[in-house]
Design a protein around this ligand. Structure first.
Ligand code: NAD
Ligand code: TYD
Length: 349
């Protein structure tokens, strides 16, 4: 098996690459990544010398490059994670999301189909997507695989578009595909522009922790390794043409989550309980901020036997420990361009 994983230097991709490299020594794993601000080869330093691992630096928007590497390495299957992934960035620069998430995905679909034309059924294109394509829930209800798409941010619109293209290639050209739509991930190697690592970073440094609006928005959090485990199960056992929702059965209001995080950090840093909560600062809400996401993953659980392996309290504790023990990683990614991003994103709020 020659397996191409795109976006493998990013947050989720690095955990997927590590899991496959370790678990399947007979597979050749190729990690294609452009190394944007979110891609970091330090995420994979422990496996970079493995014989079954190869890193390819490239851009999925570059169709000629994709053709070249498909011809050179003759991949059997693709797990596609490369994307622009941050909602706030999509509000300031939507075109970057159209480029990578839409055009990049169509380039990959086209290249895979052309390269595999002689034997389409022997191959697989597995597309990794988000629950955000389903839009925003009210107080009740869960997203199922049948929920109509209703994306509301440039990020979710670009991911919804890419999902539609993947299904179009399945129905029109018979490309063997699978899709999964996952809820919010958290864990080690998460870039500190997203809520949980940003809050850990700021609490550690005694800086204000920005909470959008009143902190009432709800997200369903899943530990990143449990997402990687789900991707493994779906890749190997999921049905062709099918979509699987992946979620943590773990809904938290942002403010409740940040308070729990503050309390765990106080304990770990030896601060008096209540100290870090004083850093919570309510700031201007995100434009078009989706109120609530919550996933029904019963199809994946019942058909393929997957379930989350850690509780939120355990996962959060492991995540904080990782950030406290890897301050060099955090300092490296928060120097340079990150400072400019932070100024622009939060100064005016
Ligand atoms: P990330 O931003 O941490 O990583 C994305 C990776 O893609 C980076 O390594 C980046 O360098 C690479 N990349 C970006 N543009 C590229 C291009 N044009 N060509 C090649 N590589 C490129 O993102 P993540 O959080 O790890 O998300 C990975 C995937 O999972 C995305 O498709 C995202 O939509 C999806 N997803 C994420 C979450 C979440 O909570 N983070 C939840 C559900 C689904
Ligand atoms: P985020 O981690 O950006 O993920 P997503 O928008 O894809 O769900 O944000 C999670 C939630 O936290 C979301 O409701 C927005 C909110 N949020 C804040 O309150 N403050 C912040 O500084 C950030 C980045 C997010």
């Amino acid at each position: 098996m020659k397996l191409l994983i795109t976006g493998g230097a990013g947050f989720i991709g690095s955990h997927v690459v590590r899991l496959f490299v370790n678990k399947y020594p007979n597979y050749q794993i190729f990690n294609l990544d452009k190394l944007t601000y979110a891609g970091n080869l330090a995420n994979l330093s422990d496996i970079e010398d493995r014989e079954n691992y190869t890193f390819l630096k490239g851009d999925i928007v570059d169709a000629a490059y994709l053709k070249e590497i498909f011809s050179q390495y003759n991949f059997d299957a693709v797990i596609h994670l490369a994307a622009e992934s941050h909602v706030d960035r999509s509000i300031t620069d939507p075109l970057a999301f159209v480029q990578t998430n839409v055009i990049g995905t169509v380039n990959l679909l086209n290249t895979a189909r052309q390269h595999w034309a002689a034997n389409l059924p022997g191959h697989l294109f597995y597309h990794i997507s988000t629950d955000e394509v389903y839009g925003s829930l009210g107080e009740d209800g869960l997203f199922t695989e049948e929920t109509a798409y209703d994306p509301r941010s440039p990020y979710s619109a670009s991911k919804a578009s890419s999902d539609h293209f993947v299904r179009a290639w399945y129905h029109t050209y018979g490309l063997p595909v699978k899709l999964s739509n996952c809820s919010n991930n958290y864990g080690p190697n998460h870039f500190p522009e997203k809520l949980i690592p940003l809050a850990i970073h700021n609490i550690k440094n005694n800086k204000p922790v920005p909470v959008y609006g009143k902190g009432e928005n709800v997200r369903d959090w899943l530990y990143v390794l449990d997402h990687a485990r789900a991707i493994d199960v779906i890749f190997h056992e999921g049905q062709l043409g099918e979509t699987y929702n992946i979620g943590g059965v773990n809904e938290w209001k942002n403010l409740d989550l940040i308070e729990l995080l503050c309390d765990q950090m106080d304990q770990k840093l030896g601060r008096e309980q209540g100290t870090s909560r004083k850093l919570i600062t309510f700031v201007k809400d995100r434009a078009g901020h989706d109120l609530r996401y919550a996933i029904d993953s019963s199809k994946l659980m019942n058909e393929l036997g997957w379930k989350p392996s850690v509780t939120f309290e355990e996962g959060l504790s492991k995540t904080i420990d990782w950030y406290l023990q890897n301050s060099e990683w955090l300092e490296n990614v928060t120097s340079g361009n990150y400072q400019a991003y932070y100024q622009q994103q939060y100064a005016a709020r």
